[in-house]
Design a protein around this ligand. Structure first.
Ligand SMILES: *Cc1c(COP(=O)(O)O)cnc(C)c1O
Length: 468
């Protein structure tokens, strides 16, 4: 499978190049040239264990020798703490797809474990190395660190705003002492961290000299890894309920996770609805209800990983929506960049897109949902997953079971759980064990110079060590 850019400036890109490049050079995002139709394979796939299903799906998109691909998949998913990798549980009227059994207890592990191993594999082949620079407000950073820790050809530098991430998130990052991992606490805000990152990436000479790479949510391999669990969960629920069509409810921020569900649907998985659930930062819900996509201000909520205004993967959806016409897409994105909003026409009285239903869940509903599921079913939802359940249950249909994606373990957000239930019931040994572990982190002023000099120094130290 080859890849092309949504803006039309690149095509014929090989899978491994698409993964190492991340973003297309024309400012667009990369997509496969075709989406394979797998409708005829569903019967033979439906009982496959997770890793085998992942192999069948990924081989359609990834030109990697079969044995190598199997090995990469096994290396990525054998570290998950549940033998099913992403198990599905029936809770009340919904089915919960638990995506949080990876090393950092968040669904981003599903993608980043695979991406880290894939980077290492592709770099080894080319005898190259990569230095990842990332900015995080919490979750992505720790999943990325755990995805690449200990790898020989990859170093990772992760900036987080000093004192502004939760204690748990901070410890999940700074207790990783592998020598290829560098945590930087920037004395500024998350936006400052992102600004520093962008400035450094825009220094092309610096970027080339140090082979800088990114792990942000636009990397195609992350989406690919996420397609798998839509198939896996749908097969399990179709089997236990005897139903032939499924609904998914997905708590959404960057439109990555739900876009993977959209791709699964395009591949032929019988999905009746994709319910898009946002918190108060509801730009995407507004879009699917009105056709109007316009940025507001980010409001901090108890589901911080969804506190996003510009959804970086949305452009990929628009590309399909505009019938794969890169010219129209480029024009639309240009308008969006200049005026902060864009509109799509919607058939009169009709919905923006039949496959999507969308809604926002506010803080009170989220807390109520957590409390209700705990008191009624003894099941704890983290605040992100609770948004998905709150919105998903608004669009229920008895003929089509609903699968709600649970994107984080509740123990990662224990303060919200205490707030909702009045009890400190969300715990996990992995998080308790972080207490008292040694940490390593460099505190730096909020300045491009301070960060780039630190990165340079650490890379040259490491190169000297490697030669000795
Ligand atoms: C990142 C994240 C989300 C949002 O996923 P997107 O792919 O950005 O839509 C939801 N929940 C949790 C816990 C996350 O970490």
């Amino acid at each position: 499978m080859n890849y092309l850019s949504t803006r039309g400036g690149m095509s014929g890109i090989a899978f491994r190049d698409a993964v190492l490049t991340g973003m297309a050079r024309d400012g667009g995002l990369l997509l496969p040239e075709t989406i394979p139709d797998v409708s005829r394979k569903l019967m033979s796939w439906k009982n496959l264990p997770y890793e085998e299903l992942a192999f069948e799906i990924m081989r359609l998109y990834a030109d990697i020798p079969e044995d190598d691909l199997r090995r990469l998949i096994h290396k990525s998913y054998s570290v998950f703490r549940d033998p099913e990798v992403t198990p599905v549980r029936k809770v009340g009227d919904v089915h919960i797809l638990e995506l949080f059994h990876g090393p950092t207890l968040a669904f981003k592990d599903v993608a980043l474990q695979f991406l880290g191993n894939l980077f290492d594999y592709s770099l080894a082949e080319r005898k190259e190395e990569m230095n990842i620079l990332a900015a995080t407000s919490g979750d992505t950073g720790s999943a990325a660190i755990h995805g690449v820790r200990g790898l020989k050809r990859v170093r990772i530098f992760v900036m987080h705003p000093y004192g502004k991430v939760s204690k748990t998130q901070e410890r999940q990052m700074t207790t990783v002492l592998d020598k290829n991992v560098f945590n930087i606490a920037v004395q500024g805000s998350f936006d400052d961290c992102q600004q520093i990152m962008k400035t450094i990436f825009n220094d092309l000479a610096f970027k080339d000299r140090y082979s800088l790479g990114a792990v942000n949510s636009i990397n195609w391999a992350r989406l690919l890894a996420q397609i798998v669990y839509y198939f896996y969960a749908a097969f399990r629920v179709m089997k236990t309920t005897g139903k032939t069509r499924i609904r998914f409810s997905v708590p959404t921020g960057n439109f990555g996770d739900i876009f993977a569900g959209y791709l699964a649907t395009k591949m032929g998985l019988p999905v009746a609805k994709l319910v898009l659930a946002t918190n108060e930062n509801d730009i995407l819900a507004r879009f699917f209800n009105t056709g109007d996509y316009s940025i507001g201000h980010v409001r901090p909520t108890i589901s911080p990983s969804m506190d996003i205004q510009i959804a970086s993967n949305f452009e990929r959806y628009l590309y399909y929506r505009l019938n794969c016409d890169p010219k129209r897409l480029s024009a639309l994105m240009k308008d969006f960049q200049s005026c902060g909003s864009l509109k799509v026409v919607r058939p009169s009285g009709g919905s923006v897109d039949e496959i999507f239903a969308a809604g926002a869940g506010n803080t009170d509903e989220t807390l109520d949902t957590i409390r209700n599921y705990y008191e009624t079913y003894g099941y704890l939802l983290d605040p992100h997953s609770a948004v998905g359940v709150a919105v998903g249950t608004r669009f229920m249909n008895s003929a089509e079971p609903t699968i709600c994606l649970a994107t984080a373990h509740p123990a990662k957000f224990s303060e919200a759980i205490i707030h909702a239930t009045g009890k400190n019931v969300a715990t996990h040994p992995l998080i308790n064990d972080l207490e008292g572990l040694p940490t390593r982190c460099e505190i730096l002023p909020s300045s491009v110079k301070a960060v780039s000099e630190y990165v340079e120094r650490k890379i040259s130290d490491a190169r000297v060590q490697d030669c000795e």
